[in-house]
Design a protein around this ligand. Structure first.
Ligand code: HPA
Ligand code: ZN
Length: 325
């Protein structure tokens, strides 16, 4: 279709995707087999895709599946399969989350994870001219001490990590739990972002904490901010961007939050469209843009603005931004 072609040919940036969430069933099977591990029970015969309906049932697949990743080669191959796909979709810049604690907690060395992922980003630069940066996420359902230990482990690899984020199960794990860790991360020169998922009953309070207390540079999801004029003004004034993921929203909360995203866009909030966990939600960036473009009858101007926003709030130099804005 015309919409599809228009989206396909636009040079794009993507700012919110979890590398471990790009682990397609076929790759789980391949890596399990070469590591002499049983194929996880969630991987069905025909690789027909994962089945879940909320964040906790998603996480219950996500963590066991990624346990097949053990060697530097495994981490490299996962990142490479994602970056190849991103290049096919005309993504010229990608910022990608990874979850080191999900690997170090099962005995994999931090160095194994980072060297596999990093080498794939270098190859993407060399082969595709595509830039890709890693954002290290802390698992919010683990304690703050574990996050602090992870931050310390990451310091020797500072040049390979652009920023830090916060993901996993948000219930009873508010941003404030990690205030000290994020303050330290900022001192070390990392940029900051945190998930404020849309289906949390405390989501406004969480958005308040990240924007007023922690002082994040971006907010992941955060769409519920439409409910609070004061916080809305604050993110507009400071140019804090939101990274929204419509297909993920529609699976996890049964609502793509389209009306909210459209209003934020038209209010001048730097809102962007992203894929979250593309292998699980079965949609990469173009599919997310097509989905929201169709459902909300977005104009070409809207779609272009969404991608301008992405380059605008990307963690890249002004010179690099100016090529695309
Ligand atoms: N939400 C929260 N944590 C996550 C997600 C998500 O969609 N993907 C990976 N970790
Ligand atoms: Zn996410």
């Amino acid at each position: 279709s015309e919409l599809k072609d228009f989206i396909g040919q636009m040079p794009k940036a993507k700012l919110h995707m979890h590398l471990e969430g790009a682990l397609e069933p076929s790759l789980v099977r391949l890596i399990a087999t070469r590591n002499n591990l049983p194929v996880p029970s969630s991987i069905q015969e025909q690789d027909s895709g994962y089945s879940f309906n909320d964040l906790s049932s998603f996480l219950a697949l996500y963590y066991p599946n990624m346990a097949v990743l053990q060697t530097t080669q495994d981490f490299h191959d996962l990142a490479w399969s994602y970056l190849t796909k991103a290049h096919e979709q005309k993504i010229v810049h990608a910022e990608i989350f990874f979850d080191p604690q999900a690997h170090t907690s099962r005995g994999v060395k931090f160095a194994t994870v980072i060297s596999g992922y990093h080498s794939a980003t270098i190859e993407a630069q060399e082969q595709f001219g595509m830039s890709a940066s890693l954002i290290m996420c802390f698992l919010r359902d683990m304690d703050a001490q574990s996050a602090m230990n992870t931050l310390t482990e990451a310091l020797p690899y500072k040049d390979k990590i652009i920023g830090v984020g916060l993901d996993s199960d948000e219930r009873d794990n508010p941003p404030s739990k990690f205030a000290t860790v994020f303050a330290r991360a900022r001192e070390e020169g990392f940029l900051l972002t945190m998930h404020c998922d849309i289906d949390q009953k405390n989501s406004i309070e969480h958005i308040r904490q990240v924007s007023e207390e922690i002082g994040v540079d971006r907010i992941d999801h955060g769409t519920n901010i439409v409910e609070n004029a004061r916080l809305l003004n604050l993110v507009i004034e400071r140019g804090i961007g939101l990274t929204c993921c419509p297909i993920s929203n529609s699976v996890v909360t049964e609502d793509l939050k389209g009306a909210e995203i459209k209003r934020l866009l038209h209010d001048g909030v730097k809102v962007t469209i992203n894929s979250d966990d593309p292998a699980y939600f079965r949609g990469y960036l173009n599919e997310n843009l097509e989905f929201i473009g169709e459902k909300l009858s977005l104009t070409r101007t809207d779609l272009v603005q969404l991608q301008r926003n992405a380059f605008d709030i990307a963690w890249i130099s002004h010179d690099d931004k100016s090529k695309y804005i």
